[in-house]
Design a protein around this ligand. Structure first.
Ligand SMILES: *Cc1c(COP(=O)(O)O)cnc(C)c1O
Length: 400
């Protein structure tokens, strides 16, 4: 039987204490023990199933973590207060002063800034490479390298990482492969392709309602236990814990992720094909013109498509801004930086979400200032959306 992440999520059911179809929310920061000995054992990590304090774990957070682990096919998972609250502890847990990371140069701006500006303060150095060039990745590995870091589908350029090949490299040099799968939940299951740790910003497609930030780390029981260790666990000690009420609401939204991803993907593929036919410079993994289209096909779970993200290069920032303002005016979407919402969201990453990346480096990686990143919404009539968007492109002289 094939691994279908949506079925794995649906097969998991937790009941509330009164038989509710949703689990009860654990509205407590601290938990009582019947005996003093059990409290001591819990501190030592030897009392499975006992809760201690909600920064360490809580029932609501565990329910959400287990559902996400089922989705990614990992042993377990730990949820966090934000995507960055998941990513930063993972890197700090895996690396010490003197260690080195090889990372894709096209990654989320915040992750890039953390590796470029923050971790050097504790003498963790990072080499940024073109992740689609395996020779470049291998050449950057040094004897101090501990981690290979990439995004399955990168932000904002939509480069696709060859996770299988990268995991072979990681094994060869005894590194941990950490993959951020925020752009392609359900479509790609990195752990099934050999990733050691999978991280997500739940803020985006997984929660899907743009009402909260959240994150998750999916991995082995051993690694998640290390992150949560009361003495030296980065998640436990840095404290980016998700609140139980939020964990409960994200779990409920997760139940419809498969339906939403199919609609995001169908709509994005439709627009990508139409706008490419119109002669625009469109990047979308579902287009044959995408340099990694064939690779993506070998990695994907075909039911969920190529995802909801696409980019269009309209030439320059002035035109990009005009177009985005006009599309917002016509209620086709919102000028906003996030993604995975029911409504289309768009932004010019060069001057917003990727502005942490210096201009010369943006140029080198092909991040032009006329690039617009679209997170395509759940529009019911995408043909109508297309014709209205095309009208905006004509008005701004992007299309003749
Ligand atoms: C948004 C995002 C993050 C950071 O997540 P937050 O929830 O904002 O902290 C990390 N990686 C990717 C790919 C993202 O899009």
């Amino acid at each position: 039987m094939s691994f279908n992440p949506a079925d794995k999520i649906q097969d998991l059911q937790y009941f509330g204490e009164f038989g509710g179809v949703n689990p009860s929310i654990s509205d407590s920061s601290t938990y009582t023990f019947l005996s003093a000995k059990t409290m001591f054992d819990t501190f030592e990590g030897n009392a499975d199933g006992c809760y201690l304090y909600s920064r360490h774990s809580s029932p609501s957070n565990l329910y959400l973590g287990e559902a996400l682990a089922a989705m990614e096919g990992t042993e377990t998972a730990n949820v966090a207060a934000s995507g960055m609250g998941a990513i930063t502890p993972v890197l700090l847990q895996l690396c010490q002063a003197g260690d080195h990371i090889v990372a894709s140069r096209t990654i989320y701006g915040g992750t890039y800034a953390f590796l470029k500006n923050f971790t050097p303060r504790i003498n963790i150095q990072t080499s940024f490479v073109n992740i689609t060039k395996l020779e470049a990745v291998e050449a950057a590995i040094t004897e101090n390298t501990k981690v290979l870091y990439c995004e399955s589908v990168s932000n904002p350029l939509l480069e696709v990482a060859d996770i299988k090949a990268l995991s072979e490299l990681a094994k060869k040099y005894n590194l941990k492969l950490v993959v951020d799968n925020t752009f392609s939940p359900l479509s790609v299951a990195p752990a099934k392709l050999g990733a050691d740790v999978v991280v997500h910003s739940l803020t985006k497609f997984i929660n899907g309602s743009s009402d909260t930030v959240g994150g998750v780390v999916c991995g082995t029981q051993e690694f998640i236990d290390q992150l949560r260790n009361v003495n030296d666990g980065a998640s436990m000690l840095l404290g980016s814990t998700m609140d139980s009420l939020r964990a409960s609401s994200i779990l409920k939204n997760l139940r419809t992720l498969h339906i939403r991803m199919k609609q995001h993907s169908t709509n994005a593929l439709y627009l990508a094909q139409r706008f490419e036919e119109d002669g625009l410079k469109v990047v979308y993994p579902g287009l044959e013109s995408h340099p990694s289209h064939e690779l993506f096909k070998t990695m994907m779970n075909p039911e969920y498509g190529y995802g909801g993200m696409l980019t269009i290069d309209v030439g320059n920032l002035k035109k990009a801004n005009e177009l985005m303002e006009l599309m917002q005016h016509e209620n086709l979407g919102y000028l906003a930086v996030s993604l995975g919402f029911y409504k289309t969201l768009f932004s010019a990453p060069g001057s917003s979400t990727s502005s942490e990346i210096p201009e010369e480096e943006q140029q080198e990686m092909g991040l032009t200032d006329g690039l617009i990143r679209f997170s395509i919404g759940l529009d019911n009539d995408i043909e109508r959306t297309y014709s209205l968007m095309k009208g905006c492109m004509k008005k701004t002289k992007i299309l003749l």
